[in-house]
Design a protein. Structure first.
Length: 171
């Protein structure tokens, strides 16, 4: 299990503006700055403690890939929009990724390049976030394949009045 990670950046101010906006969409914020209240050397982002750092000391030409967990598809979409508005470049718009390309079922992600060219991803694994009483079949225009539904005892198959298959949340 990884506790935290980080990347080197060429321009702390520019990168901080990018990560402040992009990670805010995923519920992450600045948790630490070094020096304190200045952040010219290091900035750590997280929810309860820093899990992702940017700093001016590590080499910034490595072009790393970092994927952040999103809690819903809409968070992935918000991350992508915020990152592009903060100076990021598109590296793959939000959407389900193909199992033919090696992605697991339900892999909904967006990719952006940060100001230094690092590939930053937001990923949500699973069905669309729904209200407890709403059937997924109401949200999906085509029938779901059983491989697209998480193997979880709280999901049950159902057959709607129209004959379309869907899944419902139990209890």
């Amino acid at each position: 299990m990884i506790d935290h990670t980080g990347i080197g950046v060429a321009d702390m101010k520019r990168s901080a503006l990018f990560y402040d906006a992009a990670l805010k969409a995923l519920g992450l914020s600045r948790m630490a700055e070094m020096p304190p209240k200045n952040g010219k050397d290091d900035i750590g982002y997280g929810r309860e403690y820093p899990i992702f750092w940017i700093d001016r000391f590590h080499h910034h030409g490595v072009k790393q890939h970092t994927a952040f967990v999103a809690m819903s598809r809409s968070e992935v979409d918000a991350f992508y929009d915020a990152a592009l508005n903060a100076g990021g470049r598109d590296n793959g718009p939000p959407g389900l990724r193909s199992t033919d390309a090696g992605y697991p079922p339900g892999y909904y992600a967006a990719f952006v390049l940060d100001p230094d060219g690092n590939n930053i991803e937001a990923i949500f694994r699973g069905p669309p976030k729904i209200d407890r009483d709403l059937q997924i079949s109401e949200l999906v225009k085509s029938p779901l394949h059983k491989s697209e539904v998480p193997q979880c005892p709280r999901w049950r198959p159902l057959l709607g009045d129209s004959g379309r298959r869907g899944y419902s949340l139990i209890g």
